[in-house]
Design a protein around this ligand. Structure first.
Ligand code: HEC
Length: 151
């Protein structure tokens, strides 16, 4: 009897550590996305005139978006962390892993559009707004295909 208890503990320890690592990976990528959201949100307000356009602030936001878009994200889009694997924690649809090529295409386009945004973010409200539209479309395209709805 005792022996089985030990075996159970020995088996559950590494799997707990793995579960923690997977949860951390999901939290980290959600923080990454929130950083996009915060910065895109501010630029969108400036584009719509809800917030006064400020060249320095717009440039800083675009710089941050580019910094994040070019980060190595392989450590947190781990297999086993889809919305089906971790309901209520992850909102990344399984399609992200089964159709990774499509996600990769959108991500590649986004990196290019984020760089284009960075190039003009400080050059005036109109130019920033135009470039923001292209990058923002990539956010939406990816979410439409790969983000589960929160209910
Ligand atoms: C290549 C695909 C892809 C791109 C590009 C992308 N996202 Fe996401 N985003 C996702 C996925 C998948 C999730 C769900 C992640 C999870 O819950 O594990 C997500 C989640 C989010 C969230 C919710 C985070 C949370 O609190 O749980 C926000 C906000 C967000 N994205 C904003 C953005 C913005 C803004 C952009 C563009 C600047 C963007 N995303 C670009 C795929 C993408």
């Amino acid at each position: 009897m005792r022996k089985y208890v030990f075996v159970a503990i020995a088996l559950s320890l590494p799997s707990l550590a793995i579960a923690d690592a997977l949860t951390d990976a999901v939290k980290t990528r959600q923080e990454h996305m929130k950083t996009y959201g915060k910065n895109i949100g501010m630029l969108a307000k400036m584009a719509k005139g809800e917030l006064d356009y400020d060249a320095d602030a717009a440039q800083a936001a675009a710089d941050t978006i580019v910094e994040y878009s070019t980060k190595d994200q392989s450590g947190y889009w781990l297999p086993g962390t889809s919305s089906e694997d971790m309901p209520g924690v992850s909102y990344a649809l399984p399609a992200l892993w089964t159709d990774g090529a499509k996600a990769g295409e959108i991500a590649k386009e986004f990196v290019a559009n984020a760089a284009a945004l960075q190039a003009v973010a400080g050059a005036g409200q109109g130019e920033m707004a135009k470039a923001l539209g292209a990058a923002g479309k990539n956010c939406n395209d990816c979410h439409k295909s790969f983000q589960a709805k929160k209910d």
